[in-house]
Write a protein that binds this ligand. Sequence first.
Ligand code: CAA
Length: 289
Amino acid sequence: MSHGVKTLGVLGAGQMGGGIAQVAAVAGITVKVFDSFPGAIDKCKGVHKKSLSKLAEKAVITQEVADAAIGRISFVDKLENLTGCDWIVEAVVEDVKVKKDLFSRLAAMYPDENVVLASNTSSISITDIATACGKSASRVVGMHFFNPVPLMKLVEVIPGLQTSPAAVERTIALATACGKTPLKANDRAGFISNRVLMPMINEAFYAWMEGVAEPQAIDGIMKLGCNFPMGPLTLADFIGLDTCVNIMDVLAEGLNNGRYRACPLLKQLVVAGRMGVKSGRGVYEYPAK
Ligand code: CAA
């Protein structure tokens, strides 16, 4: 089945939304990105330039492809200006209320049922998000990319209870066209990726909190002993410690099990504003370049 997408709308110009916009543009799709946060659009443009130059420098793509991709991406700072799209991927903050509000506005803006409304949520129930779209819940699907989107091969495809088989097939086709490998997971909190990954990261924070080892040793042991590309605490900094807490909260609530509660130290770092790479400090420090 063809995905049938000419113009992709992306909600959110952060690391995930920006990455999704980039891979779609490289695949030849026109992309419109919405973000209302001051400075987000300029930051995203800078990230695209840097990432595409790096990929061209490494001959992953040609300079022509990189330049054409930049030319296919435009930005709007008001949702009502995100018009003319035939597919939307939402990649905003992991907050179910924010997502449901956006999906209900999107369903009203795009009454055509052929316009798929996908969420890049990493753990929130697709079935729940879809309820915001009333009768058109069948076109809501989970399309979960991984960070850094231009490098990571996986897209986790999550059908909600009401998602139509056609929306799922088209999502698989779109992910494939963007150079990714789509794999399906059912709509349970955290799907597969975060149900398995996040408790491991959380456990690394417990090990640090309990003084079992220093962060460098925890990361080194998991890198050298388990062949992970980066240790769990480094990965947490890279994902964002606030996002890790949000995902643990979703797992604890959705799977109704206290063993998924976020580690107190992880929560404390977030309260202190130490969010990871994006705030300049998380477990480790990231001096501005
Ligand atoms: N675009 C283009 N290039 C990029 C890039 C991007 N977005 N991000 C990094 N790079 C480049 C760097 O600039 C660097 O280039 P140089 O070699 O010229 O310095 C290169 O990629 C990184 O090279 P490394 O040798 O350091 O690392 P690598 O190529 O072996 O792997 C990696 C990089 C793929 C990020 C690897 O470290 C890795 O797999 N890390 C784990 C990532 C991961 O687990 N992601 C999932 C997070 S969970 C998630 O996203 C979902 C969720 O729901 C929370």
